[in-house]
Design a protein around this ligand. Structure first.
Ligand code: AMP
Ligand code: ZN
Length: 112
């Protein structure tokens, strides 16, 4: 499958890993929008939030449990934002489910 994040998981494209276990990978965004910008992805290919269902969504709970840990390790005690862009209108550019962890500075509160 021609998926950038599946290639990162396979090690075919390099990434700066922040956390990894058997189910998920977290790595630094190549074009950071804030001092800390980490992407958290499932190792299973899921296209986006719009492809989640009762059968494949357990990994999202696992991702969120680890997001709390990753943010703490990153020193984001003062808060951060978790974002998942969905589809064309949502501005999703990589069709592999991912959650952005953005922080390290006071963020713009504009939502759209
Ligand atoms: P989205 O636009 O929500 O689909 O987010 C995709 C994110 O992937 C963007 O923030 C990109 O900067 C990031 N990105 C694209 N290619 C790479 C890469 N090779 N390594 C790390 N992050 C990447
Ligand atoms: Zn993929």
């Amino acid at each position: 499958m021609d998926c950038l994040f599946c290639k990162i998981i396979a090690g075919e494209i390099p990434s700066t890993k922040v956390f990894e276990d058997e189910k998920i990978l977290a790595f630094r965004d190549i074009n950071p929008q804030a001092p800390s910008h980490i992407l958290v992805i499932p190792k299973e290919h899921i296209g986006g939030v719009d492809e989640l269902n009762e059968n494949n969504s357990a990994v999202v709970a696992h991702i969120f449990a680890k997001i709390a840990e990753i943010a703490k390790n990153e020193g984001l005690e003062n808060g951060y934002r978790v974002v998942s862009n969905v589809g064309e209108d949502g501005g999703q550019t990589v069709r592999h489910l991912h959650f952005h962890i953005i922080g390290g500075a006071k963020l713009n509160t504009q939502m759209a």
